[in-house]
Design a protein around this ligand. Structure first.
Ligand code: ATP
Ligand code: MG
Length: 215
């Protein structure tokens, strides 16, 4: 994927990455990415659907092709949003550190990488593979998410890990209490998912009969 630097003033690219299962992508993901883009002056946000997520290995997850295509449909109308098959194309489980390393080198050298993640995920950052390297390589944008308080994390940041303060920014976004789990459950129950995800994604789910059985 080629991301042009022509948009940025000093040739430096501010690149946002958003990882997730995206099974399916929903308005919570999109609102979050757009708010982060504006607040942090990101040139692009690249959505990176996971291959086999290390923490979800045993659960039933839709095929990577489905998740990649749904994510592509969802970002189509935003010129700043892209989707990368990087994690899907990797064999075996991939970790955030691998993705961040991939996006911080090569043609993108010199760009600043921001990893956008929800409050639920950032609360576990200390358990992530090579998290110290991660903090060196990128800046985290931790967004609020209904049901997950950032207060505990805020306290930890201030006391135990003062050096992290510059590398993790907390971002309050308009609360959207939607999750992929919620959408999958609604489809299984035959309930409408209109306005919870972009219409092309809704149509894709219908066409391919995704989530019809609870799995
Ligand atoms: P699931 O219910 O299957 O776990 P999910 O809705 O949590 O799905 P993921 O693909 O797991 O979606 O999430 C990708 C990233 O988006 C994570 O960092 C997660 O915290 C964040 N995220 C998901 N939903 C929201 C939301 N409504 N508001 C803010 N961030 C969100
Ligand atoms: Mg989740």
């Amino acid at each position: 994927m080629f991301l042009s630097r022509s948009n940025s003033v000093n040739g430096k690219l501010n690149l946002g990455l958003m990882g997730g299962t995206f099974d399916p992508i929903h308005m919570g993901h999109l609102v979050t990415a757009e708010e982060a883009r504006q607040q942090f002056d990101l040139d692009y946000v690249v959505f990176v659907p996971s291959g086999i997520p290390p923490h979800k290995e045993k659960e039933k997850i839709s095929l990577p092709e489905h998740r990649f295509l749904m994510t592509s449909l969802a970002v189509m109308s935003n010129p700043h949003f892209f989707v990368s098959p990087f994690e899907i194309d990797c064999e075996g489980p991939t970790y955030t550190i691998d993705t961040v390393r991939h996006f911080s080198c090569g043609e993108r050298e010199g760009s600043e990488v921001f990893f956008i993640t929800g409050a639920d995920a950032i609360l576990e950052i200390f358990t992530w593979k090579d998290y110290e390297d991660l903090l060196r390589l990128c800046t985290f944008i931790a967004v609020s998410r209904p049901g997950y308080s950032l207060d505990r994390f805020r306290e930890t940041l201030g006391s135990d890990c003062p050096e992290m303060k510059h590398k993790v920014h907390l971002l309050e976004i308009p609360a959207l209490a939607v999750s992929s789990t919620f959408i999958r459950e609604r489809v299984t129950l035959g309930k409408t998912i209109k306005y919870l995800t972009p219409e092309p994604v809704e149509q894709y789910i219908k066409k391919h009969g995704l989530y019809l059985s609870g799995g």
